[in-house]
Design a binder for this molecule. Structure first.
Ligand code: C5P
Length: 436
């Protein structure tokens, strides 16, 4: 590149950088894992390609050296020059560029990479990778490299759910390809569902969390069995009334989904909720705490137990087969309640359950850290996730949450985000704690 071109590209880099969100606080944990890594970013042709610009920034902030290759479709959305400015290297766009090949042949580039990341990975690109095609530069690089491959899918939710795409993703996973995301939520064309490109920050974290070759091999929780409890329990008082908790089950369902996407075999024991079963998850529906305890016992042994259910603390000493009569105005009614079993504490104490990690949740209104740490110790957990309830836009029934995870000797803050995204982060943390 000539000197004048260098200067203009550098100037563009500065202005683009100023327009991109760069969160240094998220970078520190990833920095050690990715520092010095040579990452080849392959950009597919989807609207989410614009997010890959920020991904380049974040990877470089984490200390990685990044080179970029783009498909023809990707260039319809973002220009090679933008990636060039951000990566500090010429962007590769075709196999048939003699000058670029002379500077660094495509096979040399495939060898240069210590990690290949495809983001966004469109349905078409996933299909071509699954079938080992080499019909353009990106597919050829992915076929020629010996570096671990990660794909970050982004597409319309119907395309993501199509059996053809599912089969392609399964084939890639089975080959040891790391699949990051996709996120669930609003899609570019106005619909909603799974298909959003994971946020750059989450992609960097996923790449950093899987730096070890053993884990890259096939999903963070590949080969592990996870039992998740979710939702409220309803304790029937009489044929028409019950005691229950305000819980939508969204967090537990999101954790079950995230664990399944990371390759785990997942059993989801759910109280009464209005949610669809995540794909690939075995669901056991229950109503009361006693039924939940039994279902969890039936689902064990497992490697990981995540107690995300809001189990009622009390149940009626005796169920009244006939409807309890109202008392007169001004008169009180006394219910005779007994404690329910603490399912989580029981599970944590079962030596025969094969558990490597037991995770609890704590919904607190105040002194969150203190109460969470007390529960961590009292229930003998490996990890507890605390969230403050009673704050608008967080906690029960909300789609979003903010939480802090505590373990003996450490903690991690999860800033406010959709529960589906938090669940991905939590599953990554679970995988990290397992390895620790
Ligand atoms: O003690 P507390 O209800 O705050 O603890 C919350 C954690 O314990 C959650 O993980 C919840 O699923 C679990 N729990 C349980 N059985 C109970 C009460 C709570 O498994 N009876």
């Amino acid at each position: 590149m000539a000197g004048a071109g260098d200067r203009s590209i550098a100037a563009l880099g500065v202005s683009l950088a100023a327009n991109l969100r760069v969160g240094s606080s998220h970078v520190s944990a990833s920095a050690t894992a990715l520092a010095g890594q040579r990452i080849l970013l392959c950009v597919g042709g989807g609207i989410a390609a614009y997010k890959s610009l920020e991904l380049v920034r974040r990877l470089r902030d984490a200390g990685a050296a990044v080179q970029v290759a783009m498909t023809a479709g990707a260039q319809q959305f973002v220009t090679p020059l933008s990636f060039q400015a951000l990566s500090g290297h010429p962007t590769r766009t075709t196999l048939w560029d003699g000058a670029a090949e002379q500077a660094m042949g495509h096979l040399e580039l495939a060898r240069w990479a210590e990690r290949v990341v495809v983001a966004p990975a469109t349905a078409d690109l996933l299909a071509r990778l699954a079938h080992g095609l080499a019909d353009d530069l990106v597919a050829t690089l992915c076929l020629a490299t010996e570096a671990p491959l990660a794909v970050v899918p982004a597409m319309n939710h119907r395309m993501w759910r199509h059996p053809a795409t599912e089969a392609n993703v399964a084939a890639l996973r089975a080959r040891g390809v790391q699949v990051i995301g996709p996120d669930d939520g609003p899609l570019a064309e106005g619909e909603s569902g799974p298909g959003r490109l994971s946020e750059p920050e989450a992609i960097v974290a996923a790449l950093a969390g899987t730096a070890g070759p053993a884990v890259v091999a096939s999903g963070l929780l590949q080969g592990l069995k996870v039992v998740v409890s979710a939702g409220p329990t309803y304790e029937d008082l009489d044929p028409v009334r019950y005691l229950g908790n305000r819980s939508s089950g969204k967090m537990g369902f999101a954790v079950a989904d995230a664990a399944a996407r990371q390759g785990a075999q997942v059993v989801l024991v759910s109280g009464p909720v209005q949610l669809e079963t995540p794909r690939g998850v075995r669901r056991m529906d229950v109503r009361s705490a006693a039924q939940m305890r039994q279902a969890v016992a039936d689902a064990l042994p497992a490697d990981i137990y995540v107690g995300a259910a809001a189990v009622a603390d009390y149940t009626a000493r005796a169920f009244s087969p006939s409807k309890i009569k109202k008392t007169g105005t001004g008169q009180s009614l006394v219910l005779d309640l007994v404690r329910t079993p603490d399912i989580l504490a029981e599970v944590a104490q079962r030596a025969d359950a094969g558990l490597k990690l037991v995770v609890g949740f704590a919904a607190e209104t105040d002194n969150v850290a203190d109460y969470a740490r007390q529960k961590l110790t009292a229930k003998r957990l490996d990890l507890i996730v605390a969230n403050r309830v009673g704050v608008p836009g967080s906690g029960f029934e909300s789609d979003d949450n903010a939480m802090t995870a505590y373990w003996p000797g450490g903690e991690r803050d999860f800033p406010p985000a959709p529960k589906v995204r938090l669940a991905d982060g939590l599953v990554e943390l679970i995988a990290e704690r397992l390895r620790a």
